[in-house]
Design a binder for this molecule. Structure first.
Ligand code: G3P
Ligand code: MG
Length: 250
């Protein structure tokens, strides 16, 4: 199967978890900060609630980033809607809601932000999360540039591919395994994403030969970003987009 095209040119920088460290992670406030700084693309994490609805959150539990506690996958939508996703970052962000994927889609489209959606299944929900996220993305972004979907879970990516074959997928690894290229090919991925400390020149050479852009997380120092770009990395995810320099946003 040949990969569906990405449909947009990759910018050099993605704001990590919406607005990086400049706003509470995975929130609409983060998307607004990213857009205000001139960033063109954002990355955020999506997990399912107990009702099977997609919400923006990184951890399997609520306590680090919200005023709640317990597993996201065991919490109903009605409870998630009451959570404060801003106050733990800073009291100035108190009252910031936990966003649904639909909330994020609306704002990304309004602010003209391109998106890399990381499918982040809670343990045991890989297939369901890949399936739901892909179906929702197809509807929520209809008529706009489709987000790039990525995941550490190949099961989730396989489910996303089955649910919406036209969506571009990226394979995400912490440290790419020796058969990373075969895995990308199996999923007809358009990109490979990995920890910036784990990228090596052999991977970069093989990715270039396969016309697969390499995206690396999490890069906050301009000198490190410049070094990665000079070695052939296409884009970086950053918590400090304010430090990287606007010329990289294009
Ligand atoms: O998608 C890149 C990066 O976000 C993966 O790591 O833990 O920040 O979701 P994490
Ligand atoms: Mg992520």
């Amino acid at each position: 199967m040949s990969p569906p095209a990405l449909g947009w040119r990759l910018p050099r920088v993605f704001a990590h978890r919406c607005g990086g460290a400049l706003a509470p992670e995975n929130t609409l406030a983060g998307l607004r900060v990213a857009a205000r700084l001139g960033v063109r693309a954002v990355e955020f994490d999506v997990m399912l609630s107990a009702d099977g609805s997609p919400w923006l959150i990184h951890d399997e539990t609520l306590q680090r980033t919200t005023d709640g506690a317990g597993a996201v996958s065991a919490t109903r939508d009605a409870d998630l809607r009451r959570r404060d996703a801003g106050v733990r970052h800073h009291p100035a962000f108190a009252g910031e809601p936990l966003p649904t994927l639909a909330d994020a889609a609306r704002l990304c489209r309004e602010l003209d932000l391109l998106a890399n959606i990381e499918i982040k299944p809670a343990s045991g929900f890989d297939t369901a999360t890949g399936d739901v996220v892909a179906r929702c993305v197809r509807e929520l972004w209809a008529g706009a540039p489709m987000p790039l979907l990525s995941s550490f879970s190949e099961t989730a990516l396989t489910a996303a591919r089955a649910a919406a074959p036209e969506l571009p997928l990226g394979c995400l690894f912490e440290s790419p395994p020796t058969d990373w290229l075969a895995r990308c090919r199996d999923l007809a991925a358009v990109s490979v994403h990995c920890d910036a400390t784990q990228v090596n020149d052999d991977l970069l050479r093989r990715a270039r030969a396969a016309a697969l852009p390499v995206l690396c997380y999490t890069v906050n120092e301009p000198r490190w970003a410049a070094e990665l770009f000079s070695r052939g990395v296409s884009a970086v995810f950053s918590d400090r987009v304010d430090c990287l320099g606007e010329r990289l946003f294009a």
